[in-house]
Every structure is written in structure tokens, then in C-alpha cells.
Ligand binder design. Structure first.
Ligand code: PLP
Length: 402
């Protein structure tokens, strides 16, 4: 009865873990969740007030499907200020989350059989959106360092390659792509006539090196990275790049659903056509609030980022003490680490590990299998300090043989 397309879609083990969290909580168990992929800070008051004002001003009707003019202007200001990128309104589309922008892009350019290179580990929606759009995901593995090298992309290119997906800082690894590698990837894309889609939703979450550690320790590997938009590295690269961003992570607005994309006019118009026939415009009042959010930029987050950095350092230190080998993440708010040494007859993969940890220790991590690496698990440290401290203790007790 169902379509062939839907039968190809993976149902995610994230959902299995989340379902179990809900069951255990319903049974009255205390569960600490490090699973959630969203920041734990409040939306700034100024953004809330802009939304309330839009409601009170009856800004309630359909808008242009690709976003209101004032918001496109705010996005243009943001790209110029943060990313050294100059765009015009015809290069911008606003969508219901970065996720919708990505999906519209894949729908707009993929034909059956086209290949899309995804560095692995990856955000789990990329391969599913690509399959839904008729494309074939091809993975470029970055383990064990998780630092993407252009040669890993080069090896995956065939004459069917149409798109390269980049995500820096990366979900789930937190790693960034170095400028030299971005340049080489850009050159490859020009030479082979391939599109680049650059997902930059974690752009504001970048931390200095793990400072309390001697520089020869593996824990010192995090770099004082600077976010670089690949589209800013030359006109020819910009002409084939779609840059994706949104407010979910940068302003803690996951539920408000606002994302945007910038790129060549032809692609943006094609994405607009799809949006016109599917969801129409992003919510009118959220578009007004988004102007405030974009103009606020990143400075207001300074204390939050210091706190996230301290949490990253604490969690990396604890996991290292427990005996895990950690690639210290440079950004985002996740740690992705190998748990395979705890696999045995009962615990056979990352889902088995996470399910057992949840049942016995009451701590939720996300199985790495969902992100393309079944030896690993993802921990989100965007949690409050009490939960972070007691969750790490519980992991330590669970893994320490008595
Ligand atoms: N891209 C990455 C890498 C993500 O991790 C997420 C959300 O987790 C998204 C895109 C989706 O963002 P949005 O909430 O704007 O749709």
C-alpha cells in the first residue's frame, strides 16, 4: 500500500531511545538525557517581544512564500557581518527550519541516480532527505579523527556526483573543517562541476582549545577555530554553493522553526517553487521575530558559550578518566566517542550499548549507528550542570566493574 520511497527510509534508533526514555519516566524512574539536539538556554527577551508585537499588530496573513523583504534584508546583513558574503534578495529564501531548506534544495537539483557525497559521521536527515529526493548517498568516512580531508571527498567522487554536503561544526562530532581543506574541496567542486551545500547551523558554537590540558595530550586537540563559510572563499565556489543556516541553534529557537538558505538565483527560485506548492511561507510572526534574532548576532551569547566550553571540558575530562578515547570537539555541543570496547555477546552495537546504559544507569545517549558510525555514541552537553555532573557519575559507576 505504501510508496517505494517510504520503504527506503530508515526509522531512527534515536526514536527508539527517546521512546524508552518516556517509558522509564512514566514508570517514575529518574532519567538524565544527554540525547537532545538543542540548546538549553532561553530565547532572548528582545526576540520574544518582537514576536508578541507582530501578534498584537495582526501580522497574521500569508506572506511571500520565500520570506518577507525585511527579513531577507536582515539575512543579507547577517551574511555580510558574520561570513564576509554579499547577497541580494533574489539569492535568499526563508524556510520552516534549516531542515526544510535542505530538503527543498535536494528536491530542486536531484534526479534519479545522482550521487551526493556525505562526510560520515553525519546528521541523520541528510541521507534520508537525499533518498526521498531520488538521489543516492555516498559516504566519505572521517573516522577516527573526524577531521574531514579533501582527499576523502576526492576518493568518493564519480561521474554521477552532483552534490557535496559539508557541515562545520559537525553534528555529531563537533569537528570543524580547516580552511585549506575547504579550499581544496571548493577546487574539486569547480573542476568536476559539483554543487556544495554548506550546513552552518552550529556556526556560533565554536570553542578555544581544551586549555587545562598539556599540549601533547590528545585532549588538547581542539583548535581555536574560526568559522569559515566555504562560499566566501572565491566567486567560482560561491556560484555553486548553497549556504544553509537557521535560528534553532544560534538563538535557541528550535520550536519556532526558522531557517534560511543563500545561493545562486536559479537554485533559490527552484526552491521557492517547491515551497510555494508545499508549505507556503514560514510563520508570519516568527519571521518578524527572526529579524530581531539575526540583528542580535552572537555577542549576547558570550557567557553561554563560556559555560558550554566549561561543560565540554568537564565532560571530555570525565569521559577520559572513565577510559574513553576522546576527539575533543571544536564546536557544536556534542561529544562523539567510541564505546565499542564495551560490546560483548549481549551488547552488540551502539544501540545495544545505549539501551543498556539507559536501563541500568538511567542515562540517555544517542547511538552512533544513527549517524553512520555504529562504534560510537553521541553525548549532548547542552544540559544543566547538576545533570551533567550526576550523569557522568552514573556513566562512570555503570562502566566500573565491581
Ligand atoms: N543541520 C544540522 C547539522 C542539525 O543538527 C540540525 C538539527 O539538529 C538541522 C540542520 C536542522 O535545523 P532546523 O531546526 O533549523 O531545521
Amino acid at each position: 500500500m505504501l510508496s517505494n520511497r517510504i520503504s527506503q527510509l530508515q526509522s531512527s534508533s534515536t526514536i527508539a531511545i527517546n521512546r524508552r526514555v518516556l517509558e522509564l519516566r512514566a514508570d517514575g524512574k529518574q532519567i538524565i538525557s544527554f540525547g537532545i539536539g538543542e540548546p538549553n538556554f532561553d530565547v532572548p527577551q528582545k526576540i520574544k517581544e518582537a514576536a508578541i508585537e507582530a501578534i498584537n499588530n495582526n501580522f497574521s496573513r500569508y506572506t511571500a512564500s520565500d520570506g518577507i523583504k525585511e527579513l531577507k534584508q536582515a539575512i543579507i546583513r547577517k551574511f555580510s557581518r558574520d561570513n564576509n558574503l554579499e547577497y541580494e534578495e533574489k539569492n535568499i529564501i526563508v524556510g520552516t527550519g534549516a531542515k526544510q531548506c535542505l530538503y527543498n534544495f535536494f528536491q530542486a537539483v536531484l534526479n534519479g541516480g545522482d550521487e551526493v557525497i556525505i562526510p560520515s559521521p553525519y546528521w541523520l536527515s541528510y541521507p534520508e532527505q537525499i533518498k526521498l529526493s531520488g538521489g543516492t548517498p555516498v559516504f566519505a568516512d572521517t573516522a577516527p579523527s573526524f577531521k574531514l580531508k579533501a582527499e576523502q571527498i576526492a576518493k568518493a567522487i564519480t561521474n554521477k556526483t552532483k552534490i557535496i554536503v559539508l557541515n562545520s561544526p559537525n553534528n555529531p562530532t563537533g569537528m570543524m573543517i580547516e580552511k585549506e581543506e575547504l579550499l581544496k574541496i571548493g577546487e574539486l567542486a569547480i573542476e568536476k562541476n559539483i554543487f556544495i551545500v554548506s550546513d552552518e547551523v552550529y556556526e556560533y558554537f565554536i570553542y578555544p582549545p581544551f586549555s587545562s590540558t598539556p599540549s601533547n595530550s590528545p585532549l588538547a586537540r581542539g583548535r581555536n577555530g574560526l568559522h569559515i563559510s566555504i562560499a566566501s572563499l572565491g566567486k567560482e565556489i560561491k556560484d555553486r554553493t548553497i549556504t544553509i543556516n537557521g535560528l534553532s541553534k544560534s538563538a535557541g529557537m528550535t520550536g519556532w522553526r526558522l531557517g534560511y538558505a543563500a545561493g545562486p538565483e536559479e537554485i533559490i527560485s527552484a526552491m521557492r517553487k517547491i515551497q510555494e506548492q508545499t508549505t507556503s511561507n514560514p510563520t508570519s510572526i516568527i519571521q518578524k521575530a527572526a529579524i530581531s534574532a539575526l540583528d542580535l548576532g552572537k555577542d549576547w551569547m558570550a557567557d553561554i558559550l563560556k559555560d558550554f566550553e566549561a561543560k565540554r571540558d568537564f565532560a571530555c575530562q570525565k569521559l577520559t578518566e572513565i577510559g574513553f578515547e576522546i576527539q575533543v570537539p571544536e564546536g557544536a555541543f556534542y561529544i562523539f566517542f567510541d564505546v565499542s570496547k564495551y560490546f560483548n555477546n549481549e551488547i552488540k552495537n551502539s544501540l545495544g550499548f545505549c539501551a543498556d546504559l539507559l536501563d541500568k544507569a538511567g542515562v540517555a545517549l544517542i547511538p552512533g549507528g544513527s549517524f553512520g558510525n555504529d562504534n560510537c555514541a553521541r553525548l549532548s552537553y547542552a544540559a544543566d550542570w547538576n545533570d551533567l555532573k550526576s550523569g557522568m557519575e552514573k556513566i562512570q559507576q555503570y562502566l566500573t566493574p565491581v
